[in-house]
Design a protein. Structure first.
Length: 417
């Protein structure tokens, strides 16, 4: 009888483990790199960032913004051939260095937009990588629950058989049924968690495609860089703050151009309308041709109150961006040190479960099944052993996930280059 029960239980386990339930109807298997490339190409924030760069490049053409050219036509019947009777073109210019300063500012703003896009890309890589490994973690939990489902199904099968043969009480069969049903609920909840993570991944990738990781098991990541080699100034966020500081300095240079003079030029030519002479005044064009003239001038700022205030405000902005840069770099160093500590903790935990915990969980399940079938332990001890083994396997998967997430954060702070 016991031999038949054991063989039937093994068959149940084999069916559940070898043929796990399908997690979704339509899957697209992708590697992490494929997910990253798809997200970089399709993510809406990335698309917006690329448009912002092109917009900043377009605005560089506004650096040489020259005032509108003035055209005037005058005809005074009382002025004879004076310049008042003329066509004139006039144009004003800023001091030449003002145009160079504005162009430098606009170029710096374009560079800032590129830095913003790189920061967005770095954050996107972090999010996609984190979610991808959370998918693997959730799928590993599903596998653990499926194996546990097989074990509890075996326990319930044995309890039913013993109850029918009078070898055990109804209480044991009820507990076996309770454990089986509770694990079913946990398995369903874990699958729902997997689907929720899928939705988050789809949002970041801007797709309706249901992505299935190409890896068959939850793997352990390795740092992309030497973990002790960290320079926040060379990261995307560090470059962003450096560019913000450069923009404040360029803006100060533009503001200072307000102290410099401007220039204006005008060309004039005599203009007489013969038919327009309401007072019958003798007006004749000069026989050698039209009178030509020009005018050149300079506009000098004499009142500097507003300009001094603008300059002081621009200097304050330079000081503010410098302080913000220093604060951000300090925060990044502290964050990196924090995640280094988390990395050390996660590594120690992972090493324990890799070397000891996982093997112990397998031994506990194997020995408990044999002992319970032989009647060497009662169902209470058997249940406790099964729960212990499941908890070990879940803790092992959690240790891998914690370790991977600290690696992802360290790579993110390094810049994911």
């Amino acid at each position: 009888m016991k031999t038949k029960i054991t063989i039937s239980a093994i068959a149940i386990i084999t069916m559940h483990v070898a043929f796990p339930p399908t997690l979704s109807g339509q899957n697209s298997t992708k590697s992490l790199q494929e997910c990253l490339q798809s997200a970089i190409d399709n993510n809406l924030t990335m698309q917006s960032g690329r448009i912002s760069i092109e917009r900043a490049k377009d605005l560089q053409g506004t650096a040489f913004n020259i005032d509108k050219t003035s055209f005037s036509l005058s005809q005074d019947p009382t002025s004879g051939g004076s310049p008042d009777n003329s066509i004139s073109l006039s144009q004003s210019f800023d001091f030449p260095t003002a145009y160079g300063s504005r162009r430098g500012l606009l170029k710096a703003e374009t560079k800032l937009e590129r830095s913003n896009l790189e920061v967005t890309r770095n954050e996107l890589v972090k999010e996609i990588t984190s979610i991808y490994y959370q998918l693997l973690y959730a799928r590993e939990n599903i596998k653990i629950r499926q194996k546990q489902d097989s074990i509890y199904a075996q326990f319930l099968f044995l309890a039913d058989a013993k109850l029918k043969s009078g070898e055990t009480s109804r209480l044991e069969q009820m507990n076996a049924e309770r454990l089986y049903n509770e694990n079913k609920i946990e398995l369903q909840n874990t699958k729902k968690s997997y689907q929720n993570i899928q939705l988050i991944l789809q949002r970041w990738m801007n797709t309706e495609e249901y992505v299935e990781p190409v890896e068959v098991a939850l793997s352990v990541m390795e740092p992309a860089f030497p973990i002790t080699d960290f320079n926040p100034e060379q990261t995307p966020l560090g470059e962003l703050y450096a560019n913000k500081k450069i923009i404040s300095e360029k803006n100060l240079s533009v503001v200072k151009q307000g102290y410099l003079p401007g220039f204006n030029f005008a060309l004039k030519s005599q203009f007489l309308i013969k038919g327009f002479n309401p007072y019958n005044i003798e007006r004749e064009r000069f026989d050698k041709g039209n009178f030509m003239g020009f005018e050149a001038g300079i506009s000098v700022p004499l009142f500097f109150g507003e300009q001094r205030a603008k300059t002081k405000a621009a200097k304050r902005e330079v000081e503010r961006t410098k302080i913000q840069q220093e604060d951000a770099m300090l925060a990044m160093r502290k964050d990196y040190q924090t995640y280094l500590n988390e990395y050390a903790k996660a590594k120690n935990t992972l090493e324990y479960y890799s070397l000891h915990g996982r093997k112990q969980a397998g031994d506990i399940i194997r020995i408990s099944q044999i002992s319970y079938e032989k009647g060497e332990i009662d169902y209470v001890e058997y249940i406790q052993n099964l729960k212990t083994a499941v908890e070990i396997n879940l803790q092992y998967a959690n240790a891998i996930n914690d370790y991977n997430q600290t690696i992802i954060m360290l790579n993110y702070l390094q810049g994911n280059k």
